[in-house]
Design a protein around this ligand. Structure first.
Ligand SMILES: *Cc1c(COP(=O)(O)O)cnc(C)c1O
Length: 389
């Protein structure tokens, strides 16, 4: 058996026809920018996130850039965020001229360590940019409190957290702006790039809308240097079909996560996502991430692999799992602060020790709504096999 880390095959056979019909309708209309599909998606998405407004755009990265710009964050400003994220989180901050300031993470949930935020605040800090990584919600009550006390804006990176909640309220509805990605591997994925912002602030929604169309409030009248960042009508048609299924799909992801946790909890050397968190949390399980601890005993693999010294236990485990037919991905092997692109920020190795350690330990197991129970059992059996050697 071969298990992919992610696959859309089963989803396409489930809803492919419905999507094809929607696509043909848009294609035959000859209107590919804006129009009914985009308007109805924005309305439905705002409803889903429980915000007053939603503005669609070209990607999750653009959503972050538009949010930062709408809050006038730029040259000389600092934004506090996590280095354990997809590169785009920091890239968006840098691309508006501001500086990302990274705080270390909590190894239990992979999220920004809330106790470290206040120490990172300077006179230049303008905003906190929390990342609900893997779909795990940050404590938004605490973040909003810190932000209020220090007069900071909050931009939520919800790229992996569409449909996730904190205390029953959707992520993306807490901060000044919530930013979403519809990249195909996200919980709500388009057939290409797409993104959206959600906000309760009318003025911000208006500015973001204008910025996304060349800073153009009226046709050929430009009040700002903006972007060309729209969601295609064809992508909106797909998202309109998929949005109705988002919650059902998250429930399926959650069932898989619970199964993994139940079945793998006895293995020493694996650190699972915190068990107690599952039933009361609004985790959207975009990824199921475990840690292979440095003291795990994967002896047999060690003795058969080459260049032993260059491999962490995680890498050995991953190679062996791959050999047994289970493919995985590492989100993320190198923290943002140690990426060559950020050498000018002069973060040294060891400056964010938890983030750096976790990057060497994490591995994402296959998780997508259509991963069936036979496939789940296969993944579980192969992991047990590796650890029982
Ligand atoms: C995917 C992702 C982004 C960027 O979204 P794109 O649509 O790919 O531009 C930003 N932040 C995080 C945490 C992501 O996972």
């Amino acid at each position: 058996m071969k298990i992919p880390p992610f696959s859309l095959e089963a989803q396409i056979s489930e809803i492919g026809e419905e999507i094809e019909e929607a696509l043909i309708k848009v294609f035959r209309s000859g209107k590919y920018i804006g129009g009914e599909e985009v308007a109805s998606f924005e309305k439905a998405f705002a409803l889903a996130i429980e915000t007053s407004y939603s503005v669609s755009c070209n990607s999750g990265t653009d959503a972050l850039i538009l949010a930062l710009r709408s809050l006038n964050i730029g040259q000389g400003d600092e934004v506090i965020t996590s280095s354990f994220s997809f590169f785009a989180t920091a890239e968006a901050i840098t691309s508006v001229g501001a500086k990302p300031v990274f705080v270390d993470i909590d190894p239990e949930n992979f999220l920004m360590d809330l106790a470290l935020i206040e120490k990172a605040i300077t006179s230049r800090t303008k905003a906190i940019l929390p990342v609900h990584l893997f779909g795990h919600p940050l404590d938004m009550d605490k973040i909003m409190k810190i932000a209020e006390e220090n007069n900071l804006k909050v931009i939520e990176d919800c790229a992996q957290a569409a449909g996730a909640h904190w205390r029953g309220k959707p992520l993306g509805s807490y901060g000044d702006v919530g930013c979403f990605s519809f990249f195909p591997t996200k919980n709500l994925g388009a057939a290409g790039d797409g993104g959206a912002i959600a906000t309760n602030n009318f003025d911000l929604a208006k500015v973001i809308r204008e910025l996304s169309i060349h800073g153009m409030p009226k046709r050929y009248f430009h009040t700002n240097i903006g972007y060309n960042s729209r969601l295609d009508s064809l992508q909106a048609a797909i998202l309109n079909v998929k949005l109705n299924r988002l919650n059902k799909w998250i429930e399926k992801r959650k069932a898989i996560a619970i199964n993994y946790i139940n079945e793998l909890s006895m293995i020493e050397g694996i650190k699972l996502p915190s068990n107690t968190f599952i039933n009361k949390s609004g985790h959207s399980w975009n990824q199921f991430v475990i840690r292979i601890m440095d003291d795990s005993f994967i002896k047999n693999i060690k003795s058969t692999s080459e260049n032993i010294s260059h491999h962490s236990n995680r890498d050995l485990f991953r190679t062996e799992l791959h050999r047994l037919g289970v493919n995985t991905i590492i989100y993320y092997p190198i923290p943002i602060h140690l990426q060559p692109a950020y050498k000018d920020l002069r973060y040294k190795e060891g400056s964010l020790p938890v983030t750096e350690k976790v990057c060497r330990q994490v591995i994402s197991l296959p998780i997508f709504p259509e991963l069936n129970s036979i496939q789940q059992s296969y993944v579980i059996d192969k992991i047990k096999e590796i650890f029982s050697k």
